[in-house]
Design a binder for this molecule. Structure first.
Ligand code: FAD
Length: 473
């Protein structure tokens, strides 16, 4: 194909870039190294025949809130909501629950009800204009519906968001439940919770539970990837699997959009020395150890309310979770790790039975088998869990990186989610998707706004590419 644009990598960012370019009339060629499209959206039979497991992302909170994804309106993609977005079991007391409804959530938090409404509830109440503002942190700042009120709400949100999660949780909340919820949410950042802006990750994710929900894609996340590929093909684009690009010189199109890590970009291109130095400063975060199970029934949670939740945060109190994340970020394995678990069957009965997944954070590149540590944390809140296991599948950092070179050392966040790398992702620039090479753009989770299925990096890169070469727009 004589392409106007080549997109390398078919994660959500690459797919959104490809579709955005194709919708603007470009002839797009999409090249994917793996044997399936989707990157973090891939699904497969990891355990038993007929069991559909998401290899990576399942929870589509960011996808349904993202301006890029909202604009796509793809046929065949159905987002299904679990009865409860998030549960956080605790020892010897009922689980803390995050409902779709902020007031109902607050009611469950006793004397922290007001704190929840004033922080998470207020962020959710600011609505999608606030989300748009934070997903497009480096512009364009004019966003549909964003007025002076949104900027005032953003400033208020930003003051709390800039804090370490531990500081925010202790200042704003006084109950075990309220503080634990903040910790469980903030730990998605894979950072030491004493680090700045970890409160922001927690606040954003928690508020999305009220604003948009934490849904799943019916049938598995692969359905979303396949719908994007189908949309690309319907617009005349070509999409190829099993094609790993190693050097930019292999590609001849005037526009190239790369859904790759900075490390790969350094290896595949001859870059000016200054940019190369800046890119080489980019840091990766800890890794994850992920497990998938085929179960013969639902997880036997001690607190039955947890069965209703799509996502379950395991690890106990703020103090315990903060300790676990501090250990991981210091390069050690936590013996009682924070475990993030997802039970797709709570929302989607079409995955061939009760499939369940969980991961814990581990030092980058770790080769330690965390099976026992993860299952022990699950048993702590669901005694008898192991008896339900028909088959299990594990992926440590090496296996994750082998399946997707963007997961450097098992880092699922596309680079450390520190304050400095929030601003300098992967380099300090008002348009970090642009590279010094004419027509070449980066769009992976190593560009703003960072990790998750939102496609915003792809949307920004495509937008810049169209602006740089407007002949067909
Ligand atoms: C275990 C796990 C669980 C997660 N859970 C969630 C979740 O529930 N919700 C959520 O929102 N996010 C989740 N994430 C994060 C989310 O998956 C990522 O942030 C997101 O997929 C990043 O998208 P991307 O387009 O930048 O890259 P990726 O999805 O990583 O895709 C990159 C693609 O590019 C391909 N590629 C790379 N280099 C080349 C090359 N040289 N040539 C050709 N192809 C190449 C790769 O094979 C891959 O297919 C999870 C991630 C993991 C690993």
């Amino acid at each position: 194909m004589d392409a106007d644009a080549v997109v390398v990598g078919s994660g959500p960012n690459g797919l959104v870039a490809a579709v955005t370019l194709a919708r603007a009339g470009r002839r797009v060629l999409l090249l994917e190294a793996a044997d399936r499209f989707g990157g973090g959206l891939r699904s497969g039979e990891l355990t038993l025949p007929g069991r559909v497991h998401d290899l990576c992302a399942t929870v589509m909170a960011m996808a349904v809130a993202s301006p890029a994804m909202r604009a796509l309106d793809l046929p065949g993609v159905e987002f299904v909501h679990p009865p409860v977005p998030v549960a956080h079991p605790l020892d010897g007391r009922p689980a803390a629950l995050v409902h779709r409804d902020a007031r109902r959530t607050a009611q469950g938090l006793g004397r922290d009800a007001g704190a929840w409404l004033a922080t998470v509830g207020a962020a959710a109440g600011a609505g999608l204009p606030l989300v748009d503002l934070f997903l497009k942190p480096l512009g364009p700042w004019r966003t549909a519906g964003a007025g002076a009120r949104t900027f005032a709400q953003a400033a208020r949100f930003g003051l709390a968001a800039a804090l370490p999660a531990t500081t925010f949780a202790r200042r704003a909340f006084s109950t075990v439940e309220g503080r634990a919820l903040v910790a469980g949410m903030a730990a998605h950042s894979v950072r030491d919770l004493r680090a700045p802006i970890t409160a922001g990750y927690g606040l954003m994710l928690a508020s999305l539970a009220h604003l948009a929900g934490w849904p799943l894609v019916r049938g598995g996340s692969q359905v979303l990837a396949d719908a994007l590929v189908a949309e690309l093909r319907s617009l005349g684009g070509e999409a190829v699997t099993g094609h790993r690009v190693r050097r930019l010189s292999e590609l001849s199109a005037p526009t190239v959009v790369l859904d790759v890590s900075p490390r790969q970009f350094l290896a595949m291109a001859d870059l000016p020395a200054g940019y190369r130095r800046r890119l080489a400063r980019f840091r990766y975060g800890p890794g994850v150890f992920k497990m998938d199970w085929a179960l013969d029934g639902p997880v036997p949670w001690r607190d039955p309310a947890v069965a209703e939740a799509g996502t379950v945060h395991l690890g106990g109190t703020l103090e315990e979770i903060a300790l676990s994340e501090a250990e991981t970020n210091a390069g050690r394995h936590s013996p009682r790790p924070y475990v993030l678990a997802v039970q797709p069957y709570a929302a989607d009965p079409t995955r061939g039975g009760h499939t369940f997944w969980a991961y814990c954070h581990v030092p980058a590149g770790s080769d330690v088998d965390m099976t026992d540590a993860i299952e022990t944390q699950i048993e702590r809140y669901a005694p008898g869990f192991r008896d339900r296991v028909l088959a299990r599948h594990t992926m440590g950092p090496a296996a994750l990186e082998a399946a997707n070179p963007n997961l450097v050392g098992g880092d699922i966040t596309g680079g450390l989610t520190s304050l400095i790398q929030f601003l300098r992702r992967p380099v300090w620039s008002p348009a970090p998707w642009r590279t010094p090479l004419p027509g070449v753009f980066l769009c992976s989770a190593s560009t703003p706004p960072g990790p998750s299925v939102h496609g915003m990096g792809g949307w920004q890169a495509a937008r810049l590419a169209l602006r740089a070469d407007p002949r067909k727009s």
